[in-house]
Write a protein that binds this ligand. Structure first.
Ligand SMILES: [Zn+2]
Length: 107
């Protein structure tokens, strides 16, 4: 299942751990990761933590838990509901008013 991290807005893959908990993994396999994950026949990602010297089984790949690399920038960033428009762009509502005024349409 693809999703985005709410903290840093990067894509993550949600996997289910052996304990039945949900863990966000970075979507690309990572040889430095400590999670052995694979996708089962239903498309669900399953993951288990690898011990120090453990290796993934043949059907698994190593993944990094997203929390290990999350930068969390979006957590503090302020998201403006109305982004500043570039100087040469006007809001569509104003453009419509200008167009209808030019055409002489009734307001
Ligand atoms: Zn993140």
């Amino acid at each position: 299942m693809s999703a985005w991290c709410r903290a840093c807005l990067k894509p993550v893959t949600w996997a289910t751990t052996e304990a039945g908990k949900r863990l966000a993994l970075n979507p690309r396999p990572d040889p430095a990761g400590n999670q052995a994950a694979y996708r089962d026949g239903t498309g669900r990602w399953l993951t288990r933590q690898l011990g120090k010297d453990a290796r993934p089984f043949g059907w698994e790949r190593r993944y990094m838990p997203h929390v290990a690399t999350c930068t969390g920038e979006a957590r503090t960033a302020t998201v403006s509901p109305l982004p500043q428009l570039p100087a040469n762009v006007i809001p569509i509502s104003r453009a419509r008013r200008l167009l209808s005024a030019r055409r002489g349409d009734p307001k």
